[in-house]
Ligand binder design. Structure first.
Ligand code: ADP
Ligand code: MG
Length: 156
């Protein structure tokens, strides 16, 4: 599946990348956003959420695991699992409110929710690359065009 690697020079470029990727998302999609503190995960999500029609401030969830914002024809969920030790043992409904039909969800620190999160559409990994530069890897986790099966390719 496709992997794209880009570098951004400032937060504006990272927001723009978020906006660009958001254009290819549909309701029900989940985007995993990896990277250490300060890598630009929330900045990336902010750009994506803006492009999906969210107005007003888009800030890191602090007192809950996530925020939900009304967008254009879709609810944008922004989850940050940093403070959870792991979702096992948590009420499953905790996540349900943020995922599924009519929602596009962005999840920071998704490794903490491994096994509890639904299949994601994209995995975005941000890393510091000197000063304000960031290396951003975008991995498509679900093929938009199904690969032909071996049987389809077999010569007749
Ligand atoms: P995270 O959610 O990964 O902890 P934030 O997006 O909250 O990170 O913060 C990233 C910080 O780094 C912000 O202060 C932002 O302005 C700054 N920054 C500098 N250069 C970039 C860049 N190229 N992309 C994203 N953020 C950047
Ligand atoms: Mg953050």
């Amino acid at each position: 599946m496709a992997v794209h690697i880009v570098q951004t020079a400032d937060p504006v470029e990272t927001e723009a990348l978020g906006a660009e990727l958001a254009a290819g998302l549909s309701a029900g999609d989940v985007v995993l956003v990896h990277g250490e503190l300060g890598a630009g995960k929330t900045t990336f999500v902010r750009g994506a959420a803006r492009a999906l029609g969210v107005s007003g401030p888009i800030t890191s969830p602090t007192f809950s695991i996530g925020h939900r914002y009304p967008g254009t024809g879709v609810t944008v969920s922004h989850l940050d699992l940093y403070r959870l030790e792991g979702l096992r043992g948590e009420d499953p409904e905790l996540l349900e409110d943020y995922l599924g039909a009519g929602r596009i969800a962005f999840v920071e620190w998704p490794e903490i929710g491994t096994g509890e999160l639904p299949d994601a559409r994209l995995r975005v990994t941000l890393a510091h690359a000197g000063a304000d530069r960031r290396r951003i890897e975008v991995r498509e986790l679900t093929a938009t065009v199904p690969a032909p099966s071996a049987a389809d390719r077999a010569p007749r």
